[in-house]
Ligand binder design. Sequence first.
Ligand code: F6P
Length: 468
Amino acid sequence: MSDDDHSGFFPSDEEDHVGPPAGSTDAFAAGRRVREEELAIAWVREPHVESPMRFAGNDESVPIRYRSDADRVCIGATYRGESGNAGPGFERAGPRAQVSFVPSRTTAAIVTCGGLCPGLNDVIRSIVRVLMGGYGVRRVLGIRYGYAGLTDVDIAPMELSPKDVGDIHKDGGTILGSSRGFPPMDKVMDGITGLGIDILFVIGGDGTQRGGHDIHVEAQKRGVPLAVVGIPKTIDNDIPWVDQTFGFETAVAEATKVVDCAHVEARSARNGIGLVKLMGRDAGFIAAHAALASSDVDVVLIPEVAFTLDGEQGLMGHIDNLLHWNGHALIVVAEGASHHFFNQDTQRLDASGNRLYQDIGPFLREQICKAFPKASMKYIDPSYSVRSAPANAADSVFCARLGQYAVHAAMAGKSDMLVGRWYGKFTHIPLSLIHRKRKSISPRSSIWRSVLETTGQPCLLPEEVRKD
Ligand code: F6P
């Protein structure tokens, strides 16, 4: 795999996947994968009403600093050499001087789709509060159980007010409920128009955002002035063109606690082996970060890096060495690492269209127990407790701000876009860019190098199959 394999959706050498690239990055190289015109954001209609948001909150001494569409955040933030070409940039998020919707006549709706993620309630709360408290929108609907709630007459939407969402951010999950899948488009559009929705906030991963894009296209086709604005959600952190997805930081913190427990168990037993399985279907960000945070992990197995079990250079050979030299071993495996072993049945998909993998955890536990019958094996799978946790402080801040920026974009009449953060600045990203490719860890990235430096793990492949 070359560096280039992941560079089309992340700063050119994808040095760091959750923040600005640490090393030298060629802005032009970063930009060449996406053309300026591909970053243009769609409009429902041109803004024509003066924004009712004139001050920050209720403080009349702090006038709002409006952003213009000309304010950009460069895709490549650092330069190599003297090319001096900043390349294309994302539209910068923020309140606009003019809006497209008359607040008193606007109905907004929020839908949460896919798996749970810390911070969902924080985002819902923030959207409701800014829409109603900031802009004076009078009707905000909470769509129940994902896109299904737009079509199923048995699950009526919730009417939301700032009071209803007052302290929901203290709880994990989503007050709206969630589900995977996308009902037939005709029914979805009928649901949207039937409810009189002018703005739809879509909180979900890449599949959900693909649905948002399709809704936008269909609305345009029907001549429905609907704004669709996405907020990127997945604990796997695999959405491209954003520094980080919300909930990821909480997920890493929760996962680290479990990894630390597994370490205590492993080092307290004679020939103790701790094995922790974490979520991460196609990207091993949670596993990599939890291992770095804990600093006690000996081996991290992720979908992006191949490994074998047997032979001196395989996982079992390495565990043997660890038991011999350290007396214990701690392994963290991301769920998607399973595709190295199972003949995956690509026909098996979940309702979101994601490939379903066999469970790597019990499989590895069995293999390790077989290879080390005298070892004390402790296996922990905290997957669902990690993602159902409430957001930590950093994620709560992030979610509150994502929700605010999403409202500013929608009220300005923007559509078919996602609110993200890039080099610490909030941005607008066309939805069409999101589903081209998922973000993942390049084995040559600085984050993987840090993992290798921390764990000291060798390449777990025999010489003859290693790639240079
Ligand atoms: O949202 C992504 C994710 O967390 C993946 O890591 C995982 O494979 C999937 O959700 C599992 O979700 P569920 O069991 O709800 O389908």
